[in-house]
Design a binder for this molecule. Structure first.
Ligand code: FES
Ligand SMILES: [Fe+2]
Length: 359
């Protein structure tokens, strides 16, 4: 029996029971062991930025061209180093001017220079990598689990790239990400754009695990020319049967390639970061290999879709995604992608961080 068949079979067995609060708590702790985004790479220039991850305030700074992530609390009087300035290859606090090197060691105390090199004060620092147009960090000690998500279209000259300002929603990381591959809401929440409420049935689709990814191929979805993605290649008033290919990079990112025509490829790349248990920061790129002159239209459509989704996702209770699969009702087949995402999260909550075999 395949993983997908097993997941379907289990759905038929379970009814509605209590939420597994302990499971949610375990998941939140385990998520700290993964890479999470704290800034767009292009936003990290000559000033430090502030980010919050797992309720921890961070200062992100580019020193000598490399991204670094520091605890955002000065060892002297606790002010935010993200309000400070970059001074050569050091980060200097704005309050009394203490300077920290890239390892977080205090190297200059302007009020008492004779203490330099003698007063030992160490700021916690966290690993930083740049990948897929983002700066990522990991708050748990040890080697971060799974690589950061991949966004190859970012480097492909055929694609026009749009980057959206990060925004925060009042929901958990998992609720936010799941919303993207929860297909059966398209026809209802995005009626007339991403679907039609009178044609809401979801055809069987494919879900599989590869390495640190969940891959989903689904369709066709009836889409409209109200959707600028399609209006660029379809005549007004026509509908279009779109196919969607998702790569869900566990546990916090997804790339959707959605067809708009035979060769027209629309790409949505989203990475979400846990500000806290119930607040999520979202980093979004849109890429497309056609209609390069229609940025404004694509920009507007993105906000229309987000505006439709936000109240729905923020209204979900409990705010955190139940990792106990019996805590919510599931629709066999239609919910397979989200169920398999949750199953993987359950494994992570239980400390099972194994990669799936490539297949
Ligand atoms: S609080 Fe940072 S130097 Fe005093
Ligand atoms: Fe949506």
């Amino acid at each position: 029996m395949t993983i997908a068949e097993r997941a379907s079979a289990e759905l038929e067995l379970h009814g509605n029971t209590q939420l597994d609060m302990a499971g949610e708590e375990r998941l939140y702790e385990q998520l700290k062991r993964f890479w999470h985004p704290v800034a767009f790479s292009d936003d990290l220039t000559d000033e430090p930025l502030q980010a919050t991850l797992f309720d921890t305030r961070l200062a992100v700074a580019r020193l000598d061209g490399e991204a670094h992530v520091f605890h955002d609390v000065c060892r002297h009087r606790g002010s935010a180093l993200s309000l400070g300035r970059i001074d050569g290859c050091n980060l200097r606090c704005s309050y009394h001017g203490w300077a920290y090197d890239r390892e977080g060691t205090v190297v200059d105390i302007p009020a008492r220079p004779e203490l330099n090199g003698k007063l030992v004060a160490q700021l916690p620092v966290y690993p930083a990598v740049e990948a897929a147009g983002l700066v990522w960090t990991c708050l748990a000690g040890g080697t971060p689990l799974f690589p950061p998500a991949e966004f190859p279209e970012l480097e492909d000259p055929e694609y026009r790239i749009m980057r959206f300002p990060p925004y925060e929603w009042n929901c958990s990381l998992a609720r936010r990400l799941e919303n993207y591959f929860d297909f059966s809401h398209f026809a209802h929440v995005h009626h007339g754009i991403l679907g039609d409420r009178d044609e809401a049935e979801i055809a069987d689709y494919e879900v599989s695990r590869h390495g640190a990814e969940l891959r989903i191929t689904a369709g066709p979805f009836v889409e409209y020319t109200d959707n600028v993605k399609n209006s660029a290649v379809t005549h007004a008033g026509e509908t279009y049967d779109a196919w969607k290919r998702y790569r869900v990079y566990m546990p916090n990112a997804m790339k959707l390639n959605s067809s708009a025509g035979v060769t027209e490829d629309y790409v949505l790349f989203v990475v979400v970061a846990p500000v806290s248990r119930r607040q999520t920061r979202c980093f979004t790129f849109v890429a497309r290999n056609y209609a390069h002159d229609r940025d404004q239209d694509f920009h507007e459509m993105q906000y229309v879709i987000l505006g439709q989704d936000q109240p729905i996702v923020e209204s979900q209770r409990p705010e955190e995604l139940p990792v106990d699969l019996t805590a919510e009702m599931h629709v066999k087949g239609a919910d397979l992608g989200t169920v398999m995402y949750r199953r993987w999260l359950i494994s992570i909550a239980d400390g099972d961080i194994s990669l799936a075999p490539a297949g």
